[in-house]
Design a protein. Structure first.
Lengths: 160, 759
């Protein structure tokens, strides 16, 4: 079968790529588009390491077909920092030692960002339930939750 | 050795050197690297738990367009059984060569039987289906009781136990005193039998590699493992390529927990690359990870403990059967050797049996064997304490091992910190907060448990170089699995008296740094900080010599402080300090580059102890146990970077909670793993856990320049017992098997008292 041509927007940039009908968005990101910050931990939507934003909604890119990106806007970890300036979540993950191996970190950050966009003042419980779709095997989540709460507080302060 | 005190960087929560790469998605993990001309490898795996391989026909696969190479066991270097063990670390290459690719028999569902490299993943997968394997299906066993029965199907006919072919592949025994005499003195004796299920390490990054073999045999491996030198050595042994021709480059590793201390893909991909002349990439699916890598053993243990009424343990006996999986080598040393070690027990017999069965070969998992043994021992201790009406921590304190205690596995303890962990736990606010019931009446309970792990030293190499602009590059040889680079930066900056951000820490590949043993045994920061310290001390000696030359005084009259050379006293002369940058600038004209490397077989890794407190709440309607508060106390020697030390404790506790409450391999009636994915293999998610409090006890290791003790493995050891003891406290009901999952808890509650309809 001929490959499908897809025109999309990734991290604010117009992009085009070719894909097989069965390719996932994660395949396209990590393959042709060279955006390997999104990780494949399970390919079944259980670990969240491939989390991206699709038109402002948090999705597992392993569960989305690449062809579905046509005309949509995708946000990945590579678009999170503003040039050399880290996003407050990225900075707080570093300060709180909220990563050990780092394989879940991209997905955690994308998911946390999605949470704070929707709810700038989440409770610990809200953070825990929002991030329940992102597996981390190293940290026990303690420092991740603290980093998200701290980043949220700082971001609220900054917008006052 | 001097213990460094009043530190500027040691003990600080600095930003890790690899941090920015990891929060921006730039860090390259194993599956993130590609090469021009790269093709894809796939493994064909046995569908049977046990089958003789009569023949393999790969001709149809080889004929498929796009297929570039096919590999079977004929291509892997054989280590014949009859020639005896060929050890690489704790791994026998006779088993490794058969685990990487089945030879005469397939021994578990998922066992590789052939591999294909093709231009696309889809073609490689299609080609695997075209390989015809003629299997003679054999009877099989997975569970320990089935595997040790008299008429059990034997995996390895050559393996003899007590004169007969057997699945029992090994036995370890630790003995002290006379248990018969000891138990005769006991006034309270409790004996219980426990079972645990196989659990997977659960690293989020599947195994992956990219391998290029040039026409002259020069081989480059990018893979994530817990040891690039292990990857090089095993790949060399299994392919026949000399180690000097293999450059193993450590990718960032996405979790290992012991599970990446052996190879699965690298030798296969190397042979595919060699045959095809193309770089070959292989990435396991999650299902392959669950079926064919790890996990740790399932187990069956019997523990008997006797004490006098005044709370002294007078005798103890433990028998631990651990599943090895398809090949000998379960962690019986950890189970038999660690479980009783926190205690000074005069009469002790601890025995471990290594049992082969038709499931994947075990791989190390965080303090291998120790959590399995501690689960049984620490639960029985809880029962003994209850029988004696003693506080369980007071009971442990009364029997605690201390300096001078002879452990059953051999050593006489130097100064250790076990007592301190119990004292800190006992005094902790957590232990004194009334637990009561939840607002909606759910029962709550509190449990405690302790644990020990050996810790390891071993080979480590480092190079410390001063750059031309007066900054520092440190190269070490252990993959950084949880922040060890941050610890190294703190130590090197401390010694040199400079800002830690001027120290860059990298992990060298096998051809650029000296041999360094696995990232395992909680050895990394212990061992690498020794070689980094000695290298940095040599650099400082050079810097002092250079300053002495500039000033025309004796090097002994120069001291190094705050990143600069100073005269030791006004008597030595009046000179302006010479900074690291100034001396680096003068280097070309004053003797050349400044740098030093040290290679050591490090010694003096003291064992580690921890004591945990766990609160649970039980939903009796649903059988769900929730951990609502947790405190881990551990003697860490010296916390070089407290954030990453706490992280080790918190991560270990989370894994233990998973092991205690939900994680287990479930098998079909056909002997296949029925839950090979993250949906059904239920690891803790963020909403399952509370914050995990840490209390770091620092009893410095006198044999280490900074007082470091390994910290990574101890925190998994006490957890399952702490949770089980808390569940008992909540329900008045003991569970003697893991996991204490909702169906099991529900069934037990039903059996104890038929449920009333909800009001």
């Amino acid at each position: 079968m001929a490959k499908l041509h897809v025109s999309t927007t990734i991290n604010g940039e117009p992009m085009e790529f070719l894909c097989e009908p069965a390719d996932t968005m994660l395949d396209a990101l990590r393959g042709q588009l060279g955006l390997t910050g999104s990780k494949e931990g399970c390919a079944s939507g259980d670990c969240g390491a491939c989390s991206v934003m699709l038109d402002g909604r948090l999705v597992c890119s392993c569960l989305m077909l690449a062809a579905e990106a046509e005309g949509r806007e995708i946000g990945t970890i590579e678009g999170m920092a503003d040039g050399e300036r880290l996003h407050p979540l990225q900075q707080k993950f570093l300060e709180h030692a909220a990563l050990q191996c780092g394989i879940c970190t991209s997905g955690m950050l994308v998911a946390s960002d999605a949470l704070l966009k929707r709810n700038p003042d989440p409770s610990e419980e809200e953070v825990r339930f929002w991030l329940a779709g992102n597996l981390c095997r190293c940290t026990g989540y303690d420092k991740i939750v603290r980093a998200v709460l701290d980043a949220a507080a700082e971001m609220r302060e900054a917008t006052r | 050795m001097n213990i460094v005190t009043n530190n500027k960087w040691i003990g600080q929560r600095t930003i890790r050197p690899d941090g920015v790469d990891k929060v921006t998605g730039r860090a390259a993990f194993a599956a993130d690297t590609t090469m021009p001309g790269m093709i894809w490898g796939k493994v064909l795996r046995s569908p049977h738990p046990h089958a003789r391989i009569r023949a393999i026909d790969t001709s149809k696969a080889e004929a498929l367009a796009g297929v570039k190479a096919v590999v079977t066991s004929r291509d892997i270097v054989d280590f014949p059984i009859a020639k005896g063990a060929v050890m690489l670390g704790i791994q026998d290459m006779r088993w490794m060569c058969r685990n990487v690719m089945a030879r005469d028999k397939a021994l578990f569902p998922g066992h590789p039987v052939a591999a294909v490299a093709a231009t696309t993943e889809a073609i490689a997968a299609e080609a695997c289906k075209l390989i015809e394997v003629d299997y003679e299906v054999l009877p099989w066993s997975i569970e320990i009781d089935d595997a040790i029965k008299a008429d059990a199907p034997i995996l390895h006919e050559f393996n003899m136990f007590e004169g007969k072919p057997s699945n029992i592949a090994g036995k370890i025994e630790h003995k002290k005193g006379d248990i018969a005499e000891g138990f005769a003195k006991a006034e309270v004796v409790i004996e219980r039998t426990f079972a645990t299920r196989p659990v997977h390490q659960g690293y989020i990054e599947p195994h992956a590699c990219l391998i290029s073999v040039a026409a002259d045999g020069k081989t480059t491996i990018w893979s994530s493992s817990q040891g690039q030198f292990m990857v090089r050595a095993m790949t060399s042994m299994l392919t026949g390529i000399p180690q000097s021709d293999i450059r193993a480059i450590p990718a960032e590793i996405g979790g290992g927990f012991g599970g990446k201390t052996i190879v699965y893909l690298e030798p296969v991909a190397t042979l595919l690359a060699k045959k095809s002349g193309r770089p070959v990439k292989m990435v396991m699916t999650r299902e392959e990870v669950m079926r064919a890598t790890g996990p740790t053993s399932g187990s069956k243990s019997t523990v008997k403990i006797g004490a006098t009424k005044d709370g002294r343990i007078v005798a103890a006996q433990g028998t631990f059967y651990l599943q090895a999986g398809a090949f000998p080598g379960s962690p019986i040393r950890g189970a038999a050797g660690c479980s009783f070690t926190p205690y000074d027990i005069p009469n002790l017999l601890s025995i471990g049996y290594d049992v082969c069965s038709n499931r994947s070969k075990v791989a190390a998992y965080r303090a291998p064997g120790a959590p399995i043994g501690a689960y049984a021992v620490e639960c029985v201790l809880d029962e003994v304490a209850h029988a004696l009406k003693m506080d369980p921590l007071e009971f442990r304190l009364k029997n605690a091992a201390k300096e001078g205690t002879k452990a059953a596995h051999g050593p006489v303890f130097p100064r250790i910190g076990y007592v301190e962990t119990v004292e800190v736990a006992k005094a902790h606010p957590h232990y004194h907060t009334p637990i009561g019931k939840s607002a909606d009446g759910k029962p709550r309970g509190r449990g405690v448990a302790s644990g020990f792990w050996f810790n390891a030293g071993g080979e480590s190499s480092a190079q410390v170089n001063i750059t031309e602009d007066g900054n520092v590059v440190v190269t070490t040889g252990h993959p950084d699995i949880g922040g060890s680079r941050a610890g190294i930066a703190n130590i090197c900056a401390e010694l040199l008296g400079i800002d830690y951000r001027r120290v860059s820490v990298i992990i060298g590949d096998t051809q650029t740094v000296g041999f360094s043993n696995l990232t395992g045994g909680s050895r990394v920061l212990f061992a690498s900080s020794m070689v980094v310290t000695q290298s940095t001390d040599k650099v400082i000696a050079t810097l002092r010599e250079r300053a002495a030359k500039v000033w025309g005084i004796d090097p002994e009259a120069v001291k190094w402080e705050n990143g600069a050379a100073h005269p030791v006293s006004p008597n030595a002369g009046q000179f302006e300090p010479l900074t690291l940058a100034q001396l680096a600038e003068k280097a070309p004209t004053m003797g050349g580059p400044i740098g030093a490397g040290v290679q050591l077989n490090t010694q003096g890794a003291d064992g580690g102890f921890g004591t945990h407190i766990c609160d649970v709440e039980v939903d009796v309607d649903l059988g769900i146990v929730r951990v609502i508060r947790y405190t881990a106390v551990q003697d860490v020697g010296r916390a070089i970077h407290p954030g990453y030390v706490e992280g080790q404790l918190q991560g270990g506790v989370a894994q233990g909670i998973g092991w205690a409450l939900n994680e287990e391999y479930i098998y079909t009636r056909e002997g296949k793993v029925d839950n090979p994915g993250f949906l059904d293999y239920r690891m803790p998610v963020c909403s399952d856990l509370p914050m995990i409090d840490c209390a770091l006890v620092e009893v410095p290791n006198p044999k280490h320049p900074q007082g470091v003790k390994g910290v990574g493995e101890v925190p998994l050891v006490p957890v399952m017992a702490a949770v089980a003891n808390a569940v008992y406290d909540a329900l008045g009901m003991r569970f003697y098997s893991l996991p204490m999952s909702p169906p099991k808890v529900s069934a037990a509650l039903d059996a104890a008292a038929p449920r009333q309809a909800a009001e």
